[in-house]
Write a protein that binds this ligand. Sequence first.
Ligand code: AMP
Ligand code: MG
Length: 428
Amino acid sequence: MFRSFPAMAFRTRCPVLDPAAFCFRPSTDLRNPETVISEPQAKVTLFEAAELLRNDEVVAIPTETVYGLAANAFSPAAITKIYATKNRPQDNPLIVHVSSLAMLEEILPDHRIPPIYLPVINRFWPGPLTIILPKSDRIPAIACNQPTVAVRFPSHPIARALITQCGFPLAAPSANSSGKPSPTIASHVISDLDTKIPLVLDGGQCYFGIESTVLDALRSPPAILRPGGVTFEALKEVLGMEELQVYKKHFVDVQLEMTPTTPGMKYRHYSPEAQVVLFEKPIPLGNGLVPTIDNTNCKGFELSTMVAMTILETDIESLRSSIAHEVEQLLSAGNRKFGILRTSSSSLQDITKNRGSTFKSSTEFTVVEKFLGSALHPEQVAHELFKCLREMDAQGMDVILVEGISEDREGLAVMNRLRKAASRIVTM
Ligand code: AMP
Ligand code: MG
């Protein structure tokens, strides 16, 4: 399935680039914006990256979603390197990234953007929204062997400036080994791809932390094939998107399942080395729960009724006992190092304080906890999720226990990734 390459070991360089060194003028012009680079060193590094891409190399770049592994979208040789470097299944298509509407039109069969997309482009580009478009012959079959191609206009200044500098669109999946959590900081790219690629541009931590939303408005009604940085709620507000559906939530499509146009349908995805156990039931919000400024734990909620208090306590209690039950079983299977990714105040640390009353087993084990973000702020959870999964691996956890959140807003994308990463889902 994979074309093999002669082992080509690079000394992977990872220069730091400040996104603030790049801006685009006029700022509202998407048709043909001009890049302004304020730092000479940033210019040198950007030119070097563009030169590598012109020579059919792959380069890892920051985007507002996750780090991408970029290559010339017009070059079959360059694209072959993306698949080989990531070990990506050949039938999983790539997203093509453009930096202007003029560049987009160049790759469309009749140079015309389907009118259904104009309001969404207007509202969400540049940004974390990918749209499905008719494919022209300029995009090689190896990038996408389908009648359609997925295209995005990223907002990250480094990605935008680099595409403009190249003068051709960049195909770019996430810059991880296939199946692993996507990298959201440069060192995570290095840990997967060191010596396999010549250059990683280090632009700091990605703003969203989860991949783009993939929207197919060529079908009727329009559908989100993959939830991501642009939320269902926000998209549905836009003209022409009133009937918007979400794949797997509102409909399934056998044809789509067979040809994996939507990531993660066919392949294991986003998975760290440790096994992931997901606890699905979120803490109920609304109905009497008013978040205050410090909502990182339950003390931060104002409870306007005793009913809400009862629900909340019951929920945390049931989460704790589910976690304790799971840990018992995992201990008997030989696991000793447990990572917990929290989104509420529930804590296994609490449980371990009264081990005697909670655990039958007297086996010693360790627990490392990280706070993913507040369940009330799914964008925080999205920002931290992949980073925390990788940090748990770096600390050698056997198992990662994760609390789910509600599917509101960015929560839809968070839960989509978590369900794909999970080896076991506990519904409470
Ligand atoms: P990633 O794997 O993170 O690069 O995400 C890119 C995803 O976009 C792919 O896995 C595809 O499933 C999706 N995609 C790319 N091209 C198409 C297409 N023509 N139709 C539907 N989805 C696509
Ligand atoms: Mg990916």
